[in-house]
Design a protein around this ligand. Structure first.
Ligand code: NAD
Length: 458
């Protein structure tokens, strides 16, 4: 390891730490050590693996305050939301602890006395986990926890924008009893990610942008490595004529702006029926006006910093494009003075699909609200995207909402809620939102290969 990764606080611009970064040589050494250690880990009884995971969970639980502080400092997330993220990951770990053993239990599927047929679920082997910064505990652990419980070794590359948190996660796993060679943290940016892709891997689990996901798919294609991609979205919600405009507006303003709009499943497009458009917009603007923007370390802050400075250019470009195409700016629309990376919560009305704001992922506190005439128009617009992560309908009528949601092309659908992830349900994207899935029992088995046994008795 020769270079240092410099870490700055995006809310203040202040230097936080220098972390030794990996290079191609150190990544290769870690991959070799993981390969050597994995068979022994796979042979470790499930009870021991589960016990280590319980200790990891306990140390996260007792460490929330300190861990949340680091997370807030390095990504600019409001401290209350950092605490929520770590509390959220505890629930996910509980799910995996409860479900893993039964999810990968041997299945005896046929026996006629002479012939026995059986399925066993064998670990993939050594897997890479290249992760994003926006929810580093949640997206990191969606892979780390089930991969380790099912007997894999993991080469874990946290985002360079959440490296301190990634190192904390790895330290806590090691302290809990996961062997150091079985969970290896790989520190660095894209070049280190590229070096990781060059290792002999049995699976690669990626969370991040569509552009990087495509690059990774291209790099791995010749080797046919099992690949999962959890990518971005342009998640739409439709507020039907029979919805309560106030409660829908409050819920959707939160869905659009929580984590400063930097969530893969942030609400990114809103369609509202003509009959309640004005009332909805009024409540939406009032809710956004109530969001407190400021020091992410302050417990009352709701809108924090933009983690990556280049995203400010994306937001500026979407604002300029929307304005030039005739959208009405209702609030915000500008960067805020530094130090650090800040953007005012921004709401546009009178938007349409000619605007980048309604087509490209914004990943910031900015939203367009479009008027629609009926349900069919709403469904057509919701499906007018290359993404397909989540979609929602607000309505008093469950049957109608279910019917509309069944016509929407998305991995996750919501009725009267949004921006929600459950460990019990699979998390997957259609189209440019990704390949494969995490979470649920499907997201446990995805770290294993089913082996088919045909056993004829002599
Ligand atoms: P990113 O693509 O910039 O980076 C993700 C990771 O890939 C980082 O660890 C980065 O160092 C690494 N990387 C970059 N270039 C690489 C390369 N050429 N080879 C190998 N690794 C490389 O994304 P980001 O900014 O960290 O995350 C934001 C994106 O992630 C958004 O689009 C968001 O919607 C998406 N996201 C999706 C989910 C989901 O569950 N679907 C969850 C969180 C975030």
């Amino acid at each position: 390891m020769s270079t240092l990764l410099k870490i700055f606080n995006p809310a203040t611009g202040q230097w936080l730490a220098d972390v030794p970064a990996d290079d191609a040589r150190s990544v290769a050494l870690k991959a070799r050590a993981a390969r050597a250690a994995q068979p022994r880990w796979a042979a470790t009884p499930m009870t021991e693996r589960l016990a280590a995971m319980r200790r990891f969970r306990a140390s996260l639980g007792t460490g929330i305050e300190a861990l949340a502080k680091t997370l807030t400092q390095e990504v600019g997330k409001p401290i209350s939301q950092s605490r929520n993220e770590i509390k959220g990951v505890l629930g996910r770990i509980d799910f995996f602890i409860e479900q893993t053993e039964s999810a990968v239990r041997d299945e005896h599927v046929f026996d006629d006395g002479a012939m026995h047929e059986q399925i066993t679920h064998v670990p993939l082997g050594v897997v890479g986990n290249i992760s994003a910064w926006n929810y580093p505990y949640l997206v990191g652990c969606n892979v780390l926890v089930p991969a380790l419980l099912t007997g894999n070794a993991v080469l874990y590359k946290p985002s360079e924008h959440a490296a301190l948190t990634g190192l904390h996660i790895a330290q806590l796993l090691h302290a809990a009893g996961f062997p150091t060679d079985v969970v290896q943290v790989v520190v660095g940016a894209a070049d280190v990610g590229t070096a990781l892709l060059g290792q002999p891997l049995d699976g690669l689990f990626f969370t991040g942008s569509h552009a990087t996901g495509v690059r990774i798919a291209q790099a791995l294609a010749p080797r046919l490595v099992k690949l999962q991609l959890e990518l971005g979205g342009k998640d739409p919600v439709y507020v039907r004529a029979d919805a309560d405009p106030k409660s829908a507006a409050e819920s959707l303003a939160d869905g659009a702006m929580y984590n400063t709009g930097q969530s893969c499943c942030s609400v990114e497009r809103i369609y509202v029926h003509d009959s309640l458009y004005d009332t909805f917009v009024e409540h939406f603007l009032a809710t956004v006006a109530g969001f407190r923007l400021g020091d992410p370390m302050d417990g009352d802050t709701y809108i924090g910093a933009i983690t990556r400075a280049p995203q400010l250019d994306v937001l500026d470009a979407q604002v300029a494009d929307a304005r030039s195409r005739g959208a009405t700016l209702r609030c915000g629309g500008t960067r805020l003075p530094g130090p650090g990376n800040w953007y005012a919560p921004t709401v546009f009305t009178e938007v349409d699909h000619s605007m980048a704001l309604m087509r490209e992922e914004s990943f910031g506190p900015i939203i367009g609200i479009q008027k629609v005439g009926d349900d069919d128009e709403a469904v057509t617009l919701m499906n007018d995207t290359r993404y397909g992560l989540t979609a929602g309908v607000f309505s008093r009528d469950e049957a109608h909402a279910r019917e509309l949601l069944s016509r929407v092309n998305a991995g996750t659908v919501y009725w009267n809620c949004c921006d929600r992830v459950s460990p019990r349900l699979p998390w997957s994207g259609h189209g440019d939102s990704g390949l494969g899935l995490t979470l649920s029992t499907h997201g446990i088995r995805t770290f294993t290969r089913p082996r088919a046994w045909h056993l004829r008795r002599p």
